[in-house]
Design a protein around this ligand. Structure first.
Ligand code: PEP
Ligand code: MG
Length: 898
């Protein structure tokens, strides 16, 4: 038996249903469903998405069975309409059809449609006879020629529009509705000669030829630039293809008892439960969206400033309206989701042309999900699946006002979300002065940021960098602070000396306004209005359900008590990564830190460390206090030391004076710290091996803070001390031994003990491969693992996390591989993680705590992966905590842990 490619829907035969979206497309599947529900749907047939796949794999040709299957479906269609006597191509009583696209995932307006197909110079006479309305028939005919020529023959509609405008001008008329049948008839002639002029061929008169032309054009539109871009933005795979639905026409343009419109079963922008829509009397579908006439409201709930003076459908065609109300309720309870419906009323009779789950804003998605649980339409698990993590992200940050105009300059990486405007500044000191003294709002624009820029980043509204990827310093710090950041925007050139920025052929001076949209990576000229989300009402209820469902814990990466506080507000269940070095950049501390680094002897270093100790202890005390008993993982010093040093001669001289050492001596010491490849140099635990006194001081500060908390506030805390960049278990054993020595000393001095644990980050492939040795109690004795996937990605790929943004864009475009710093590379980095989990749990048992603290820890796909491989928690920047909570809940609904 030959394969079935075409599926009929109608009274006599209905071959598909709503579960077959991937075969019949959303439109085809839902039309079949509506027929089965007994709704008034014009009959038709759907050519499956498999034909689309075949079409592209076989030089735009069709499977051999297709022709006969389409022909037999046309016969079915005619049978279904037997009581009307209509036949495709019949001169006396022609059946006209629409040909539309329908992908498995809705892509509104991205592909092509042809209406009124089947008309020619003969069948138009039949249409006149049947409808007794020659104006309607010629109006339909000219619409068909315009649409078909545009979509199938590639003749630009502007030629036809110009001809129409000239005609109206010659006749002294303003509106299309004022044209008579004779006017349209003569326009049809003109339109046909335009086609001959533009294509060198006559307009096809044979309805069958027209049909195949339209089917081919709709399949071809799957690859048009609009559809390609839409798929890219929405992560819709190309291989799923589109179906083509051919359906008997019904007419909204047969007179004043006819209409066509679209409606939503709930408000798509607020989620409010109200039936809401627009329509036009005596019109066809495309007129509603074309904006030539202002659409009328279907009911009073749909009034707005533009349409409130116009009569509603409820008033104009009350019977059809009442029927529409009954049908929308039926559809919503069938699909158990907000529907976006298209309808046509022909001579007072209502037809449904389409229904689909309606697109909605983030706020509406949350409200609709919560309301539908209360209405017992869906359960809480389903509600959790109804809001995407991206929508939640949108929900939690200010966005550009959708009504505002924007002058888009360039796109960079969407490093940290939110929409902000400010005046351009090119260095952190100017940022600080302008904000503090001039009370300005600023955007800090840098080639790339370094830890020294932190004060400027802190006061800026947002940060824009020309270089650096999703885990670059700017991206990591901005995310942690909840600042908007667009990173790695290669299109900008910063001319520091002239204090200006060039994008293409446009120049921007310091002080010019700039707007950043951190969720899309857009860089926009000037100031653009933003809208602030309203996080009240349904949101909290929704998040409670999210927490009930998920298994993964969600912690935060927080370096200061202020960050910790924000993270708790967003629902963090502990700190997964406290990067102690970020505390070092405070202006009051950096001096002491620099002294520690530039000391020539251990004694001098210890003197400097003694100054830092109380400051660190105070930070840890406040962080523990803020986290009230929740786990806190503190990582000991990680970056190469020279990151903390002054770069300018002026600053080095000032420091020499302060330290009372000759400038030359200090300069030489600074030079000895220079490294060619600091990311793979003297950093992480390697510092702890060379200078145990640094880690001893940090461990002391941590444990003293915990003891103090116990003594003063009787509050328990179990610090998790984390050693970075371990490659071999002996490194950990060495460091652990002296840390424990220091901890015991603190217990004795304070006469109190607190529980603690010592573990490691897994950031190097060797650590993952030897995770059993690192975890084994007689070797490394790591009590927990935290996957530092920023470094693990960098070292697995051998890709610099700071330099790769400049070429990874090309990698994505050429489909080599996507930026692995955004979402965990499951095949490589992910395999190493799985191995480390197995090996770690293999030697210490399943209770060994495992988490992730790399930037991917807040990225939904990576969160799913972490759930699947059995991690206990993910840790991410405070502002991403709600997103990670939702992604974790969706992961538990979708899959069980391995
Ligand atoms: C990591 O490498 O993933 C990590 C969290 O550490 P950092 O980004 O500070 O190197
Ligand atoms: Mg790291």
């Amino acid at each position: 038996m030959s394969k079935k490619f075409v599926f009929s829907f109608g009274k006599n035969q209905c071959e598909g249903d709503g579960s077959q979206k991937y075969l019949l497309g959303g439109k085809g599947a839902n039309l079949a469903d509506m027929v089965k529900l007994g709704l008034p749907v014009p009959p038709g047939f759907t050519i499956s998405t498999e034909v689309c796949t075949y079409f592209y794999q076989n030089g735009k040709s069709y499977p051999s069975e297709l022709k006969s299957q389409v022909e037999s479906c046309i016969k079915n269609l005619e049978k279904d309409l037997a009581d009307t006597g209509m036949k495709f191509g019949d001169r006396k009583n022609p059946l006209l059809v629409s040909v539309r696209s329908g992908a498995p995932v809705s892509m509104p307006g991205m592909m092509d449609t042809v209406l009124n197909l089947g008309l020619n110079d003969e069948t138009v006479q039949g249409l006149i006879e049947q409808s007794k309305d020659s104006r309607f028939a010629y109006d339909s005919y000219r619409r068909f020629i315009m649409m078909y020529s545009d979509v199938v023959l590639n003749v630009n509609t502007s030629y036809f529009e110009t001809a129409l405008e000239h005609k109206k001008a010659d006749l002294g008329l303003d509106l299309d509705t004022e044209l008579t049948d004779d006017h349209w008839k003569s326009l049809v002639k003109e339109f046909k000669s335009i086609v001959v002029e533009q294509t060198g061929k006559t307009f096809p008169e044979d309805p069958m030829e027209q049909l195949w032309g339209a089917i081919g054009a709709v399949f071809s539109s799957w690859m048009n630039p609009r559809a390609n871009t839409y798929r890219k933005i929405n992560n819709i795979p190309e291989h799923i293809g589109t179906a083509v639905t051919v359906q008997a026409m019904v007419y909204g343009n047969m007179g004043d008892d006819c209409a066509t419109g679209v409606a939503f079963t709930r408000d798509p922008s607020t989620g409010e439960k109200k039936f809401f829509g627009e329509f036009l009397v005596n019109a066809q579908g495309e007129d509603v969206v074309a904006g030539i006439r202002t659409p009328q409201p279907i009911n009073e709930e749909s009034f707005n400033d533009q349409n409130k003076h116009l009569p509603t459908l409820a008033k104009v065609l009350p019977i059809a309206y009442q029927e529409l109300v009954a049908l929308y309720q039926k559809l919503e309870s069938h699909y158990r989701d907000m529907q976006d419906v298209e309808f046509t009323i022909q001579k007072g009779k209502l037809f449904m042309l389409q229904t689909r789950n309606g697109k909605r804003t983030a706020a509406a998605a949350v409200k609709i999900a919560v309301d539908m649980v209360k209405e017992t339409l869906i359960d809480k698990k389903e509600a959790v699946m109804r809001v995407t993590p991206e929508q939640l992200d949108q929900f939690l940050h200010p966005r550009l006002d959708p009504k505002a105009k924007k002058d888009l300059l360039a796109k960079g990486l969407p490093a940290s979300p939110g929409a902000v405007s400010g005046k351009i500044v090119f260095d952190p000191d100017t940022a600080e002065t302008w904000v503090k003294e001039k009370k300005e709002k600023v955007i800090l624009v840098r080639i790339e940021t370094s830890p020294e820029d932190i004060h400027g980043m802190h006061v800026a509204e947002g940060i824009l960098t020309a270089r650096g990827g999703m885990t670059s310093h700017a991206a990591v710090v901005a995310r942690g602070m909840g600042k908007t950041c667009v990173a790695g925007c290669a299109a900008i050139k910063i001319l520091m000396e002239q204090r200006k920025m060039v994008i293409g052929n446009r120049e921007f001076q310091e002080g010019d306004w700039l707007t950043l949209e951190g969720s899309s990576g857009e860089v926009i000229a000037g100031k653009v209005d933003t809208v602030t989300p309203d996080i009240t009402g349904s949101f909290h209820e929704f998040m409670e359900w999210v927490d009930d469902v998920r298994k993964l814990k969600v912690r935060t990466n927080a370096d200061t008590p202020a960050d910790a506080k924000v993270a708790r507000k967003f629902g963090a269940e502990g700190i997964g990564l406290c990067r102690t070095e970020h505390m070092f950049f405070d202006p009051e501390r950096i001096e002491a830190v620099r002294q520690m680094i530039l000391s020539d002897s251990r004694a001098e270093r210890e003197k400097a460390l003694a100054k830092i100790l109380p400051m660190q202890r105070k930070d840890f005390f406040e962080i523990f206090q803020e986290m009230r008993g929740l786990p806190v993982t503190i990582r000991l010093l990680d970056p190469p030391l020279h990151e903390f040093l002054p770069h300018d001669e002026k600053d080095v001289r000032a420091l020499a004076k302060e330290m009372d050492v000759p400038y030359e001596q200090l300069y030489r010491r600074k030079e000895t710290l220079h490294e060619f490849n600091p990311m793979l140099g003297h950093r992480g635990c390697r510092l702890g091996i060379s200078f145990p006194e640094i880690y001893r001081m940090q461990v002391r500060a941590i444990v003293e803070a915990a003891c103090e908390l116990k003594k003063k506030l009787n509050q328990d805390v179990e610090p998790e001390i984390m050693i970075p960049l371990i490659a071999d278990w002996k490194e950990l054993q060495y460091i652990r031994t002296y840390c424990e020595e220091e901890i015991q000393k603190v217990f004795q001095e304070h006469n109190v003990k607190v529980p603690y644990s010592i573990g490691t980050m897994i950031e190097l492939p060797r650590a993952a491969l030897t995770a059993d040795q690192i975890a084994a109690s007689e070797k490394g004795n790591a009590e927990f693992f935290s996957f530092g996937t920023n470094d693990l990605t960098q070292t697995t790929f051998g890709l610099s996390r700071d330099d790769s943004a400049s070429f990874l864009g090309t990698y994505s475009e050429k489909k080599i591989f996507p930026d692995p710093f955004v979402s965990i590379d499951e095949d490589g980095v992910g395999e190493l993680m799985k191995l480390a989990v197995q090996k770690g749990k293999g030697v210490r048992g399943s209770s060994m705590k495992m988490g992730i603290c790399g930037e991917q820890g807040g990225e939904p796909r990576s969160v799913h992966f972490c759930h699947k491989i059995g991690l206990d928690y993910v840790s991410c920047s405070p502002y991403r905590v709600p997103i990670a909570r939702l992604a974790a809940a969706q992961a538990s609904v979708k899959n069980k842990a391995l």
